[in-house]
Design a binder for this molecule. Sequence first.
Ligand code: NAD
Ligand code: ZN
Ligand code: ZN
Length: 379
Amino acid sequence: MQALVYEGPREVVVQEVPDARIERPTDVLVRVTTANICGSDLHMYEGRTSMETGRVLGHENLGEVIEIGSAVDRITVGDMVCLPFNIACGHCKNCETGFTGFCLTVNPGVAGAAYGYAGMGPFAGGQAELLRVPYGDFNCLRLPDDAREKENDYVMLSDIFPTGWHATELAGLRPGESVVVYGAGPVGQMAAYSALLKGASKVMIVDRQADRLKVAEKIGCIPIDDSQGSAVDQVLDLTAGEGADRGCECVGYQAHDPQGDEHSDAALNSVVRSVRPTGGIGVVGLFLPDDPGNADEAARTGKIPFDMGHFWFKGQTMGTGQANVKAYNRRLRNLIHTGRARPSFIVSHELPLSEGPEGYRHFDARDEGWTKVVLHPGS
Ligand SMILES: NC(=O)c1ccc[n+]([C@@H]2O[C@H](COP(=O)([O-])OP(=O)(O)OC[C@H]3O[C@@H](n4cnc5c(N)ncnc54)[C@H](O)[C@@H]3O)[C@@H](O)[C@H]2O)c1
Ligand SMILES: [Zn+2]
Ligand SMILES: [Zn+2]
């Protein structure tokens, strides 16, 4: 099969690799029709993770079931399914309580597994023609009869729509509250969109990429360009000096200042300063225990200077981590099916798999207008 393979920093190639296949009776085999490039892929692409060369990338996958293992009894050949980026067993202590992002059995020794993802197990990604889905009955979300027509919406259920939603859950957002989202990449857009769907009274979003801010403004957010002045001051101005009720960090450890210099704490500490006393913060931007490529020595082992003083003094709360996609994807699917949600508004480019390397290059450079890249293997 054709697949997009990681060859080293800023080098991915589309090449022939052995076909994905059923390996265990509980597996399902999917012919991938849509696979997205994610901001998480960029950490790997830039060589800022432990990703091994030769591995197939891609954890935002949707496609058609073409074969099932002998122990699969819910999913059938021909189903259109969307796969949570987390691979989970469904029966461990964490899965049982909804924390499928922290499954204890699929990737022994580490809580959590994913397709084509550094440190998350040996599983191949879906930026390929075929994908092996472990525990298919548990991990496949079956899609309704408008699956093909709304493919670019449904594929967002694999990661960024539930992840954005998760950011607002971790922050404790309630209807009528205000929220500030740091990062107007795909994840930040989905956090802002989720906040609007949940009935937030005011959704502010911070970035310095004018094109991304414009996308968010179109759906009803207040754009805050931090290259034009302190984002924290702008948030305080917009909230009568109090700060937003809730804050979402959707940037992660490769946060930088508007001039492009990396400071892993930049967005995180700005959220603390932008949220009101007793407010809640959700951090879905990625942070890693090991980051050998960081210029800062402490940060190489995940130690990021955190503004504990302000955080504590304000009595804020904070939630972090990988999103548990399965906790939300069924309900968010129903919002798409009934026309109440249309997360595809962020898609800027649809490319065949063969043009994946181009997609990576542009998305990684945050080139103007490249807000979300969707690949269609087999097209
Ligand atoms: N927790 C999860 O389950 C989960 C899932 C998906 C992605 N992620 C992570 O979420 C993060 C965002 O993903 P994405 O796809 O939107 O990535 P992205 O790189 O496309 O977007 C990040 C955006 O943040 C902006 N930014 C950088 N520094 C900033 C700062 N100091 N203040 C404000 N904005 C700043 C950039 O200009 C960019 O637009 C990544 O770290 C990704 O790995 C986490
Ligand atoms: Zn992703
Ligand atoms: Zn589990």
